[in-house]
Design a protein around this ligand. Sequence first.
Ligand code: HEC
Length: 124
Amino acid sequence: MNRNPIIPFILIMAMGIGLIFFMSLEGLNNADEKAKEAEHGEKAGGEGEQASSGEFDPEQAYKDNCLSCHGGNYEGGMGPALKGTDKSVDEIKEIIKNGKSPMPGGLIQDENLDAMAEWIKSLK
Ligand code: HEC
């Protein structure tokens, strides 16, 4: 549980820097596309860090809830590696929902279980 407590901070920092860079490029290109962008919502905002628009971002959810045990590259740590797991999507959903000692359940809302499990299954 206390493995590499620094890693989440480094990831968040890297993401922040990437986002700033991305947004400044967008700003240069898109001065006259503002109207269009309003239609497309926060497309240019990209990461959706808080998933506030109701759109679920499995990667962000992973960083918030799972990374400390399953590693910054899904390579495992206190928990097993998630990359290339031999569990099926249904088994993964079950584990995320109910936990599997010592992993806590209920970290992901029920309506997001499908997206989360499929995302994990797609990790390479
Ligand atoms: C407190 C540490 C911890 C956290 C937080 C945690 N896990 Fe786990 N996870 C584990 C451990 C330990 C296991 C192995 C349980 C077992 O097999 O007995 C596990 C098993 C799994 C498995 C099964 C993997 C396999 O191949 O057997 C999946 C999938 C999984 N976790 C996904 C997640 C997801 C998604 C999250 C975040 C929502 C998460 N875990 C959060 C510790 C954790």
